[in-house]
Design a protein around this ligand. Structure first.
Ligand code: FAD
Ligand code: AMP
Length: 479
């Protein structure tokens, strides 16, 4: 290939495609290599996020929530809808349509921004060359000044529950069930396990979640995790902690799972489908030539510094293949940062201000430090909490579960963390993210005017509560 590029991006997920668009916007001659083929062998941009991750899971979460709401909650508003039913094929087809629309949207954005698309597999060679193997098997070498490696992650497989294609599945298979499984097993009570378990529980599956750890949602604030455990129990998600899966056996159309329970006793449980959601690992297979000079760390992530520079000058790595949370928005912002750096701009990322969300109902969202992290760091802090049960708007919407919890530094009042469980938490958390990004104090939020009636007022009240000034709480702390 004779053309020389300024930037070649390998991987067209939310890390890679965003990096490519930004680089092209900055006037750099940019190409993106992506190997994804859909079920009909059509090349697809968008990576895990658009094809089998964030977007399709949210499409199913929204459909199943509407179904469940219509069935269980409309009555309270005086609405009767008769017998509510769900057409699973239509639900899954709608999800596929959204994925089609969004992935072809990226193709359009590449064209509009002048990004050259290569459909096939990329490999980093030495001396800033990239090997490109097209889907027809032809191999060529691309010259480039810079490489951005954004090859993402793949699901972890565990030997006790190897995927079978239709009965034991990973996240991809779980997004494509065409029938509601009567008995659904989920291994792993992490973000993906809880979201996918919720989808099918709302549609009527009996869901059992087997989690090896003794603590539920240990990544979350303890109060939030406690509230979440209560809520999920009410939603008939049977979450068994301290349950380590040790084996599985396909028996006809079902699977028998063996696990050790919290007492160390062996248990067996039979399911119609089993989702393995035990985490994801960085994907670097075949992406790096032996002499590429790009180093991996001890866990298989590409080793990078704060600016996503690898051990080879001019070669960067972003997204799920590098340290930090495996989140689409983190991947995208790293992509923007790296494109800016390549274009000669000063750029950096604030890794302390990345929000995390679990899209169950209620949603769980957080940013910054938890109480237990601050305690471990010896930082003195103040806490303000406000329940949605005291929010007029939440009451009007008949959705009053959960609370906003704001944590501020005792000495400076600067916001150190915010933890929300409640309807719309994913959007509400942005207010705390912006506040933290601007270095705000809890008082700054307390002095801000919030529209009434909105659920956002709970963020305002939580900020007021940090200094015991919440208006709509009867049981304020005694001074
Ligand atoms: P990926 O999206 O994995 O993209 C990497 C791309 O590189 C892939 O398209 C792959 O085909 C391609 N590739 C790999 N090797 C090569 C090669 N050698 N040559 C060419 N191409 C190659 N995150 C959120 O922030 N919010 C969510 O709600 C959310 N929900 C999720 C739900 C599920 C079920 C799953 C599985 C994940 C979810 N995530 C979510 C995580 C999110 O999908 C990832 O963090 C994100 O996709 C990472 O982006 P990336 O660009 O680093 O990698
Ligand atoms: P996450 O990394 O957030 O997707 O969460 C994956 C979860 O799967 C973790 O909480 C692990 O403890 C859990 N897990 C991993 N292996 C097993 C296993 N064999 N049995 C049950 N749970 C497991």
């Amino acid at each position: 290939m004779s053309t020389k590029f300024d930037v070649v991006v390998i991987g067209g997920g939310p890390g890679g495609y965003v990096a490519a668009i930004r680089a092209a916007q900055l006037g750099l001659k940019t190409a993106c290599i992506e190997k994804w083929l859909d079920k009909s062998n059509t090349p697809r941009l968008g990576g895990t996020c658009l094809n089998v991750g964030c977007i399709p899971s949210k499409a199913l979460l929204d459909s199943s929530h509407k179904y469940h709401d219509a069935k269980e909650s409309y009555g309270v508003h005086g609405i009767s809808v008769g017998d509510v039913s769900i057409d699973v094929d239509a639900m899954v087809d709608r999800k596929d349509k959204i994925v089609d629309q969004l992935t072809s949207g990226i193709t359009g954005l590449f064209k509009a921004n002048g990004v050259t698309s290569f459909e096939g597999v990329g490999k980093v060679l030495s001396s800033k060359k990239v090997e490109f193997t097209a889907h027809d098997g032809s191999v060529s070498v691309i010259d480039t000044e810079n490489v951005i490696l954004a090859t993402g992650s793949v699901p972890v497989n565990i030997p006790p529950a190897p995927r079978t294609g239709d009965i034991i599945v990973d996240n991809e298979g779980a997004l494509d069930f065409r029938k509601i499984p009567k008995r659904l097993g989920v291994i792993g009570a992490g973000v993906i396990g809880l979201e996918l378990g919720s989808v099918w529980a709302r549609l009527g599956s009996e869901v059992v979640v087997l989690e090896a750890q003794d603590t539920f949602l240990s990544v979350c604030d303890t109060d939030v995790a406690k509230e979440a455990a209560k809520v999920f129990k009410k939603q008939h998600l049977d979450i068994r902690l301290g349950a380590r899966v040790t084996g599985s056996e396909i028996k006809g159309e079902e699977v028998e799972v063996t696990y050790l329970d919290a007492k160390g006793e062996e248990q067996k449980q039979t399911f119609d489908k089993l989702i393995v959601a035990v985490g994801r690992k960085p994907f670097t297979d075949g992406c790096l030539a032996a002499d590429s000079g790009v180093n991996l760390d001890e866990r298989g992530f590409v080793f990078v510094d704060e600016q996503c520079k690898t051990s080879v000058p001019g070669v960067y790595a972003i997204g799920d293949i590098v340290r930090g949370p495996m989140l689409a928005h983190k991947a995208s912002e790293e992509g923007v940062m790296v494109a800016d750096i390549i274009a000669g701009h000063k750029a950096q990322m604030n890794y302390d201000c990345i929000p995390s969300v679990i899209y169950t109902h209620p949603e769980i969202a957080w940013v910054g430090k938890t109480e237990h992290e601050l305690k471990a760091d010896g930082v003195k802090y103040k806490v303000g909490k406000f329940p949605f049960a005291a929010s007029g708007r939440a009451m009007a919407a008949n959705d009053t579960t959960g609370f906003v919890k704001m944590i501020a530094c005792e000495a400076t009042d600067r916001i150190l963390g915010c933890h929300i469980i409640g309807a719309g938490a994913a959007d509400l958390i942005a207010q705390a993210v912006i506040a933290m990004e601007f270095g705000s104090t809890a008082e700054d939020i307390a002095l801000t005017v919030f529209a009434h009636p909105t659920v956002s007022e709970a963020v305002h009240e939580a900020a007021l509560a940090v200094d015991n000034h919440a208006i709509h709480i009867a049981n304020r702390k005694k001074r």
